[in-house]
Design a protein around this ligand. Sequence first.
Ligand code: PMV
Length: 320
Amino acid sequence: MRAIATAQPNIALVKYWGKRDVDANLPAVGSLSVTLDSLWTRMAVEFGDAPGRDRLEVNGEPAPGMVDRVSRCLDGVAGRERPAAAVTSTCNFPIGAGLASSASAFAALVVAAAGASGGDEDTKALARIAGRASGSAARSLYGGIVELSAGEDDIDLETLAAPGEWPLAVTVAVTETAAKPVGSSEAMTISARTSPFYTAWLARQPDDLAAARRAVRDRDFETLAAVAEHNCLKMHSVMFSSRPALVYWNAATLACLETVRELRRQGVPVFFTIDAGPQVKAVSLPGARDAVSDALGRTPGVVEVLTSALGSGARLVESS
Ligand code: PMV
């Protein structure tokens, strides 16, 4: 009863920030994202013969601090009466630093757990289980450009464009590899309680989603760029105006924004987005990828540049 799955992180262009229900981890807003290709988490799940405590290893090291979250997610797939599992995760990019490592991890985990337990859940059911562990993980079950709709009691997901239908490029400027100081769940709760802009953020999200959805349908890069940058800066305004303030940016984050804005002034088709971390993600048309990665690589404070095409979502690679 062993299976291996891989999944890629996704980057939201219209962001999820805020929970409708903290216990069920239901998002208060819908979101729209792109699933990456060349960054990945590979997850092996092996169920033993008897119930007991699960074991988790991340990049070759025991990770007891994360095991409870993993166990709850395994319960969601294989039931609470399941045997104990040995879970081994390998990731080819920094963890917990605003690069959506929890999205790829939980997406890969649910697929591997379903493979190892012989479950027959469809992709949407697995996405809903992954979403309870990490809201953004639900989107990594799907490839290309993905919309997550937030309903009263559950989420729904849809692929708006497969990777080949609108082949965008994503360049990640890493400005810091250490883990972020405040995790996104805690930070969302702080924002909901204290930011005077939080209610306005929730109210305007359907408009941003509709504009982004139309832009994807029409392959209208300019409109997608405008709505994505606006939505990102609006989310960070909610964070900045929270108490305590949630400032994930550093000096290099701001320098990267300037680099992207300057490229666009020169006519390069590119826009930025930033999640709960200091890294800047630049989305471009594929022909602009080298110009974008060169410019970000030369920006002061950037420690590494990663590039990726859009990928096809979580998949089972082995099961026995
Ligand atoms: O899925 P979580 O709980 O890590 O939250 C993700 C929050 C953002 O990355 C900031 C936005 C998003 O939609 O991915």
